[in-house]
Structures are given as structure tokens and as C-alpha cells.
Design a protein around this ligand. Structure first.
Ligand SMILES: [Zn+2]
Length: 152
């Protein structure tokens, strides 16, 4: 069993770890509904709707963990694309098509830059995600007054 902590706001010991609340909240909060409606003119309508449980999913949203970092794969694909274009571009020079060669080298550099920036962004996100996730694991919620707080 996990230790409980008193709420710093109201002193209540009815506190819960955000992670536990979030995980129990998300498993029950979404439901899918399907319906068939028949109109007076004999027309059919089919509808599917995703609804979510009111208070619990709101709470789960509030106590949700930090967003997961994305993949670096798109960045890698940009860089591979840049290398392929570069390989094509240098073939313009022996053919004395210097203008086209320079143009495609610039395009290749652009691809490389996009790829580099994409990978760097995800890496930075990955680094801060670890910290934010660790912080989230210390987030607690007071059932009595709704206050959220971090434990040490
Ligand atoms: Zn409280």
C-alpha cells in the first residue's frame, strides 16, 4: 500500500495519487454509442457517438500525465531524402548544369535542416518528458477539496 499524505490546503487525509486516479478514471470514462433513427419521411439515419463520463473524465483530464514525445522517424526520413537529393544534385555538375546542381543541393540542405530540427525537437521533448513524468508521479489530489499538490 502507498502511504497517504495530508492535503496542504485543508488538512484532509482523503488524498489520492493522481496516477492511480487517472488510470482508474480513463478506463471507465469513454463509451461508444450507436443509434439508428427513422425519420417521418422514411429516411434512415445512423449515428455513432463517443461520449465520456462527466465528472470522472474531467478529473482524469486534470490529472493526466505529460504528453508522450513523438518519434524521430520523420526527421530521419527527411535526412535520408536530403542525402538522396544530394546524390542526384552532384550529377548535374559533370553535365555542366551547374544551376540545377546548386538548386538541388540547396533543396537537399533544406531537407537535412528539417530533419535535424525534427530530431532535435523530439530529443529535447524526450529529455523534459522524463522530468515531467517523474514530477507527475509525485502529484496528489485531495478528494475533499479538489486541491492538487506535489509530494517530495
Ligand atoms: Zn484538501
Amino acid at each position: 500500500m502507498e502511504k497517504t499524505f495530508n492535503c496542504p490546503e485543508c488538512g484532509s487525509d482523503s488524498t489520492q495519487k493522481a496516477k492511480v486516479l487517472y488510470e482508474s478514471g480513463t478506463s471507465t470514462s469513454t463509451s461508444t454509442m450507436a443509434g439508428i433513427g427513422v425519420g417521418t419521411g422514411g429516411k434512415f439515419g445512423v449515428g455513432v457517438g463517443a461520449g465520456s463520463g462527466s465528472s470522472q473524465s474531467e478529473l482524469a483530464k486534470r490529472l493526466s500525465p505529460p504528453a508522450k514525445p513523438g518519434s524521430i522517424a520523420p526527421g530521419v526520413i527527411w535526412i535520408i531524402g536530403g542525402i538522396i537529393i544530394f546524390g542526384m544534385a552532384i550529377q548535374f555538375f559533370p553535365a555542366r548544369a551547374v544551376g540545377a546542381g546548386v538548386f538541388f543541393i540547396l533543396v537537399a540542405l533544406g531537407f537535412g535542416m528539417l530533419g535535424y530540427r525534427g530530431i532535435k525537437k523530439e530529443n529535447d521533448k524526450r529529455a523534459s518528458y522524463k522530468d515531467e513524468y517523474a514530477k507527475w508521479e509525485r502529484l496528489w489530489y485531495c478528494v475533499r477539496c479538489g486541491h492538487t499538490f506535489y509530494i517530495q
